[in-house]
Ligand binder design. Structure first.
Ligand code: GBH
Length: 505
């Protein structure tokens, strides 16, 4: 009798939150990586130097373990093993990025590297042999150094440089690549690279770096989008979008002040890049623009530190995306008055002027900024869905870090992926047009300023071995099972550590 009551109780708890239980058959499951983080071959053949080569070679002290991506996971030689891992996992898709200076050693199109193009041709063809859909990012942070010498994203010609590079790429690979992403994470490029010191080129122009970069970035994106639409889409039939990092930012309390504070923070974090492209009215986010304009005037600037887009520029950028790529990892709660930090004045976060709080009960990853925040995918995507009138989405990154000692047993990563994928199911159930999910990452790689001290891989990489040996972690088996069955079994445990390739992959 008691047992029956217990079973009934357990069953009713499990049913308490009704879930959309299966992923659609055509939902794209994949993993993601980025060129500088995995490729190595930093000076192979005629590859040109990029800003990460330059920074890690001249300022190794800015990287936690003094390391660099000179060899990384050596995908430049191991690309067939990468594709074998994709087959082991049973991936539908694989997202990776192109190294601009591997294709155009000087950044400009006067010289195209045959060896660089051949490398990507081989990588892509190897995926297609096994029906794995390539999803290609044109820019994941490794700008040709030559272009940085001219100011990089701050040069008004940046949009033209990017458009020319994009045309070369569509021309070379567009017969086989049907999913294009222009930029990975504008905020990390502009704020962290130009407005701060946490990504190359560590410019620390806190006053205007982020904002000038944002303008040229969205213009460059729009030019590359239109180049695809006007010159390639008809014959190649693909889609082109952009990936923006959207961590959930909610109000700490229900008060109007906190809700407004959260909105301002969202406008500064991702609205700067999403609003000009996806909103109906176009241009930079309204309230945040007004704040920056007002502060700039008080600070004695002749014009707002956040430049305006002209009407013509607004028209060029508005609607310039076939899909919205979302990189999502975590969440925070924002307060109008509490938990404020000191920020340099003027700077983006001084402009935003809100406090932010992370509940200690949210499970902490190895990365200081990363926690498992409940329902954060659902919260972020349903918010964007409403705000921007139901665009098509892909989750282009989502993942969890552990310390390098942790090895095979990555139960916290498994917990994170299950929670995230349940949130994806809730998002689908809410009617959001979400077409795919890319786990970050296929394998351990160079984690930017953290070097090799934080590991995001479904596969562990032995960076001390010549072959950069890749070994599946427990999470790899769990993800494989989810992809195969199209559902999340909360109790699934792999039998042993031996990987295999299913028939048909
Ligand atoms: C992604 O960015 C990147 O696209 C990918 O290359 C990277 O490997 C992956 O995340 C994992 O980090 O240290 O407090 O200054 C995710 C967004 C935003 C996460 C900046 C790290 C640093 C916060 N990133 N954040 S802090």
């Amino acid at each position: 009798m008691k047992l029956i009551i217990l079973i009934g109780l357990v069953a009713s708890i499990c049913n308490a939150t009704p879930r959309h239980s299966k992923f659609p058959d055509d939902f794209l499951f994949g993993t993601a990586t980025a060129s500088y983080q995995i490729e190595g071959g930093w000076n192979a053949d005629d590859k040109g130097e990029n800003i990460w080569d330059r920074m890690t070679h001249t300022r190794p002290e800015v990287i936690k373990d003094g390391s660099n991506g000179d060899v990384a996971a050596d995908t430049y030689t191991n690309y067939k093993r990468d594709v074998e891992m994709m087959r082991e996992l049973g991936l539908d898709a694989y997202r990776f990025s192109l190294s601009w200076s591997r294709i155009l050693p000087n950044g400009l199109t006067n010289k195209i590297s045959e060896a660089g193009v051949a490398f990507y041709n081989n990588y892509i063809d190897e995926m297609l042999k096994y029906n794995i859909t390539p999803m290609v990012t044109l820019y994941h942070w490794d700008l040709p150094q030559k272009l940085q010498d001219f100011g990089g994203f701050l040069n008004p010609d940046f949009p033209l440089w990017f458009e020319s590079y994009a045309k070369v790429v569509y021309e070379k690979f567009g017969d086989r690549v049907k999913h294009w992403i222009t930029f990975n994470e504008p905020r990390e490029i502009c704020f962290q690279g130009y407005g701060d010191v946490s990504k190359a080129p560590i410019l620390n122009a806190t006053d205007v770096g982020t904002y000038y970069c944002a303008k040229n970035l969205v213009l460059g994106h729009a030019k590359a989008y239109h180049a695809y639409n006007n010159l390639f889409k008809l014959s190649q039939g693909g889609v082109c979008g952009i990936t923006i990092s959207v961590n959930w930012v909610g109000p700490l309390t229900d008060s109007e002040e906190d809700q407004y504070a959260a909105e301002i923070r969202r406008q500064a974090d991702w609205g700067l890049y999403a609003e000009p492209i996806f909103s109906e009215q176009g241009g930079f986010p309204k309230e945040f623009s007004e704040i920056v304009a007002k502060k700039s005037a008080e600070q004695g600037y002749p014009t707002s530190r956040l430049p305006e887009l002209t009407d013509e520029e607004k028209d060029l950028v508005r609607g310039a995306a076939d899909f919205f790529g979302v990189n999502h990892y975590t969440a925070s709660l924002v307060s109008a008055t509490e938990y404020k930090n000191d920020y340099p004045i003027p700077s983006l976060y001084a402009d935003v002027d809100v406090g932010s709080y992370v509940p200690p009960e949210w499970l902490q990853a190895e990365s200081a900024w990363l926690r498992l925040a409940p329902d954060s995918i659902y919260n972020a995507l349903t918010h964007l869905h409403k705000k921007y009138n139901g665009p098509t989405f892909y989750i282009t990154e989502n993942g969890w870090s552990q310390a390098l000692e942790e090895g095979y047993e990555d139960d916290s990563r498994i917990k994170y992926y299950r929670a995230a994928l349940n949130s994806v199911l809730d998002t689908l159930h809410a009617g959001v047009d979400l077409r795919g999910y890319m786990a970050w990452s296929l394998m351990d790689n160079f984690e930017w300023m953290q070097g090799y001290t934080e590991r995001f891989g479904l596969y562990e990489v032995d960076f001390s071995s010549e072959q950069r040996t890749r070994t599946p972690r427990k999470s790899a088996f769990v993800y494989k099972q989810i992809i195969r069955t199209r559902e999340i079994d909360p109790y699934f445990e792999p039998d042993n550590r031996t990987m295999w390739i299913d028939e048909g992959h």
